[in-house]
Design a protein around this ligand. Structure first.
Ligand SMILES: [Zn+2]
Length: 398
């Protein structure tokens, strides 16, 4: 059944908020246009903003479930995020031996085949031991020719859309070239690379910063590391964990200003880096082989003596990242929404999500004036929201 929706304010494909209409049929956007629709709309949205469903390219789990635990857990994590407005996700897998990671990826293939999951993100194991964050030191390794071949020859290789590595590890440049040629997006992260090493990695085909500033050197005046090279490259996408814990709101604003002036507003990419405790209560969770304790919404690794160590992912959802960016860091709302939709879709080469264009998936979020997600449309159908603060109405928002 066709369904025409008109919003007085929607994130248009030009990256601005304005009046926009959509005709939705069979889970897709059949037609779309600026201004008022040619026919009377079935649904009229005012006093709220319509945006594409959020696209999260870096998340390990949510709703108490982890992507490392197979398709059933993976589906629970996807659902938890979906109810908060994230309709497209990559499953991020933490460092483990390559053979183990490939098995974990293969376990998720049914979710990719059904279109629920956009693919897999390998965060490691080719990371720097000195910047490992919550990753286990013993499983970190160099991207040798054979290790990359094992990945490229594995049946799960087509699931892998995004790989994070540290460019200073032996073999990294060749690994970047080979995986880029095979169609993956390469991100630089968990790294102690110098500025020059990072520029070489970008020249070899890396195109993204994995959680910029977290688990890499800061902007030191005598030792500008990966962050400077990534900020300065006008084409690099910049993942930001905008949760008020991983990055100060002032830093979000600084990165946004500098990326937008040097390249454009398509560069910032909001990510959750969510662990299973996202969209779930405080408590003890597992992330790969690591125990993580969530206290007051902050996730920390549990060390061998039982004390709390490094920050281990976040309990963020993209809807909260959008709010933090707009309300605390002062980012232009349309740009913050782009960083949760069109920008991540471009980063990993997805064309039918992240923009309200004909042919795209009819995935929408409806945001109230405080930028809270009030309703979520997934594949053309409004989802029932969980009771907390979400509207239960089935009729038009007007
Ligand atoms: Zn990380």
């Amino acid at each position: 059944m066709d369904h025409v929706l008109f919003a007085e304010s929607a994130l248009t494909p030009d990256g601005v908020l304005g009046p926009y209409w959509l005709r939705i049929a069979a889970g897709r956007i059949a037609e779309a246009g600026h201004g008022r629709p040619p026919q009377l709309p079935d649904e009229y949205v005012k006093d709220a903003v319509i945006a594409p469903g959020f696209v999260d390219v870096h998340a390990h789990g949510g709703g108490g479930a982890a992507f490392t635990d197979g398709a059933v857990s993976g589906r629970s994590a996807l659902l938890a995020h979906r109810l908060m407005g994230t309709t497209t996700m990559l499953a991020s897998l933490v460092s483990a031996p390559v053979s183990v990671i490939l098995e974990q990826a293969a376990e998720l293939s049914s979710l990719v085949d059904s279109g629920e999951l956009a693919g897999v993100h390998l965060e490691g194991p080719w990371l720097s031991p000195d910047h490992r964050g919550a990753h286990e030191a013993e499983v970190l390794s160099a991207p040798t020719f054979d290790a990359v071949s094992a990945l490229l020859e594995h049946p799960a290789r087509n699931l892998i859309r995004y790989v994070t590595l540290a460019p200073e590890r032996n073999g990294a440049l060749e690994a970047i070239q080979r995986m880029r040629s095979a169609g993956s997006t390469l991100g630089i992260g968990h790294t102690g690379a110098s500025c020059a090493q990072t520029r070489e990695a970008i020249a070899a085909g890396a195109s993204a910063a994995t959680h910029l500033f977290n688990a890499m050197k800061g902007l030191h005046h005598r030792d500008p590391g990966a962050a400077l090279a990534l900020l300065e490259d006008p084409t690099a996408f910049l993942e930001l964990i905008s949760d008020g814990v991983h990055l100060d709101a002032e830093m979000i604003r600084f990165v946004w200003d500098s990326a937008t002036r040097n390249g454009g507003p398509q560069r910032p990419v909001l990510v959750s880096d969510a662990m299973p405790g996202a969209a779930a209560p405080d408590g003890r969770y597992r992330l790969g082989a690591v125990d993580v304790e969530v206290l007051g919404g902050v996730a920390r690794r549990v060390t061998s003596d039982g004390s709390l160590g490094a920050i281990a992912g976040s309990t963020l959802t993209l809807s909260a990242a959008v709010r933090e960016s707009i309300l605390r860091a002062g980012i232009d709302p349309a740009q913050a929404l782009m960083a949760a939709t069109a920008n991540p879709a471009s980063m990993i080469g997805l064309e039918d999500v992240g923009r309200l264009l004909p042919g795209g998936r009819a995935d929408l979020v409806l945001l109230d004036p405080e930028w809270q997600v009030r309703r979520v449309m997934y594949r053309g159908r409004w989802l029932d929201q969980r009771s907390s603060g979400a509207s239960q109405t089935d009729g038009p928002a007007d």
